[in-house]
Design a protein around this ligand. Sequence first.
Ligand SMILES: Nc1nc2c(c(=O)[nH]1)N[C@H]1C(S)=C(S)[C@@H](COP(=O)(O)O)O[C@H]1N2
Ligand SMILES: [Mo]
Length: 313
Amino acid sequence: MLIRIRKAWETRGLEPTPEDDYWNRRNFLKAAGLGGLAFGATMLSGFHAPVVGNSPSKPYPAQRNAKYKLDRQLTDEEVATSYNNFYEFAFDKRRPKRLAQRMVTSPWNVKIGGLVERPVTLDVDDLIHRFPLEERLYRFRCVEAWAMAVPWTGFPLKKLLEYVKPSSDAKFVRFVTFLNRQWGPGFSDTGYPWPYHEGLTIEEATNDLTLLVTGLYGKPLPKQNGAPVRVIVPWKYGFKSIKSIVEIQVLKERPKTFWNTVIPHEYDFQANVNPKVPHPRWSQAQETLIGSGERVPTQLYNGYQDSVAGLYK
Ligand SMILES: Nc1nc2c(c(=O)[nH]1)N[C@H]1C(S)=C(S)[C@@H](COP(=O)(O)O)O[C@H]1N2
Ligand SMILES: [Mo]
């Protein structure tokens, strides 16, 4: 019997086509008056956090940080939580919502170590009580040319790094997702270097914009969006924003990263959003807003140039 091992380049990668088709079709149905599902965009002003609480006993919804403003409508909660890239569960963006529910996300430990003076393992409940949570409205841009705008709840990763005290030779931060074959059918796809892993430079990791996220739309983070804790790096393509983190390591050498290992010529380590650098198989000049299907120009650094351009001089 011939057992065929798939090569890295034969595995299915990040592709723009399926979801573009999906939203175009939805728009078509909507325009034709046939849209049965209540998808749509919520006006920015229409999203309203009911009672703001930031006490350890009631962490959500957290106080919104008014510094972070959007130039577009907030994506509808139903849309942002039912259209997910989470390859541990499925390639199809519609399936993680159901399949991820088998994850057990409490208790959940995150080990923070490497080149730090104070390595620590913290339960996520401990984490959210130790660091004050805030809500931020961020744009989010997937490398597949779809985008959304959502209210994340979390705290700057910088605060956690300050707590563990990186040593002077710290240059990079590595993040690792869980690996549990009972939970994720995707792990059986051996063409991938599981567990999912990502990395940032220490300057990127300690930038004010880089958030450790535990909530979405004023509630604990849904499993399909990376519960119980993920990173959000809003000026980079979405694959850098790693979900369901179990380990954070401070390193001297640049770590390998998941998509860069799978298809190096398509996904680089830096992965900054840039309309002028096309993906080898599609343009990055525009993006489709999920929910409305609207096409808008892509912005350099996803519109966060004021905060991050200095990192790349
Ligand atoms: N562990 C893990 N993290 C991940 C992914 C993944 O498949 N596994 N997909 C990435 C990609 S490609 C994107 S676009 C975002 C999607 O986040 P969302 O489902 O909350 O929109 O998660 C990123 N983080
Ligand atoms: Mo993505």
